[in-house]
Every structure is written in C-alpha cells, then in structure tokens.
Design a protein around this ligand. Structure first.
Ligand code: NI
Length: 162
C-alpha cells in the first residue's frame, strides 16, 4: 500500500525547483517503486516527485511496457517540434495542445545510481520533457495563454474544495 498522494495545482510545491538526489540507497528505490504504483493507480504515463510532495529531482515514465527512471536529469539534445494534446495528474481533467520538441536525448541516473543516456521520440520525448519541467517547477499549462491558465486555476480551486 502506498501513502503517496497526488498534489494538485495550484499547490505551491509544484512551483518549487526540486533538489538533486545525492545518495542512492534502498529508501530511494522504495520511493521510486511507490511512485510507479501511484502513477499506475492514477492512470498516468509519468510522475515527478514534487507531484507527490517530495521536492527531489526524480521522475518516472512508463510507456509501451517500458519503465524509465530519471534522476537528476539533464537534457543533452533537443530537435524537431510537434503539437499534441497533453494532460497532467496534478492538473486533473485538463487536456490541452502543447508544442514541444519531438526528439530528446536525456542523461539521467537510474535508481541504482548508474548514469544513462536515454533517447525519446514523439510521445516519449514529450513525456520526458513534461516530467523534467516538473522538476524545475514548471507545468504544461505554462505553455498556454494567461487567460486559459486563469480559467484552469479557478476550476481546480473549486475541485480542491470539493
Ligand atoms: Ni505532469
């Protein structure tokens, strides 16, 4: 059973810059396992640690049967551009088109502390960039117009009170 709870916009932790991970231990592995559990339970394809109230540079992505762990990720390459609908577990019920690069190479540590280079194309590039944004305190709705963002904020304030 997992005790992790999804934080919903405009929760201030979603705006904080996450701190890099500096020790790789069993506690970290356990936390990552729990992140995958919550992500699946909520039907997400990606989850960043700040979304469960932990301001650390950890994100997980699951796509086409493959699991990706991104710890202290750095974007090495970006190219192309693609517009697609996007959503976020922290912005429930909101789906909007966002333009993002269609190819990305990321360098990140995995849960064992091994540094890896991971390539993402299309949807996977989008998922990586969306989660890496979370670690910088950035949300996909930041790419929308101010008016649209205000409407979303209003809607979610109501949602949080219910
Ligand atoms: Ni998200």
């Amino acid at each position: 059973m997992s005790a992790l709870k999804i934080r919903v916009y405009p929760d201030p932790i979603l705006r904080k810059k996450a701190v890099p991970v500096d020790s790789f231990d069993s506690e970290l592995e356990k936390f990552i396992e729990e992140m995958f559990i919550v992500m699946r339970k909520e039907d997400g394809v990606g989850l960043a640690a700040p979304q469960v109230g932990v301001s650390r540079q950890i994100a997980v992505v699951s796509y086409e049967g493959k699991n990706y762990v991104l710890i202290n990720p750095k974007v090495l390459e970006l190219s192309g551009s693609e517009r697609r609908e996007e959503g976020c577990l922290s912005v429930p019920g909101v789906y909007e088109e966002v333009e993002r690069p269609s190819h990305v190479v990321v360098e990140a540590y995995d849960e064992k502390g091994d540094l890896r280079k991971i390539t993402g194309d299309g949807f996977l590039a989008r998922a990586f960039l969306h989660e890496i944004d979370h670690l910088q305190g950035k949300l996909f709705i930041d790419y929308l117009s101010v008016l649209k963002r205000q409407l979303i904020k209003k809607k979610l304030r109501k949602y949080r009170k219910e």
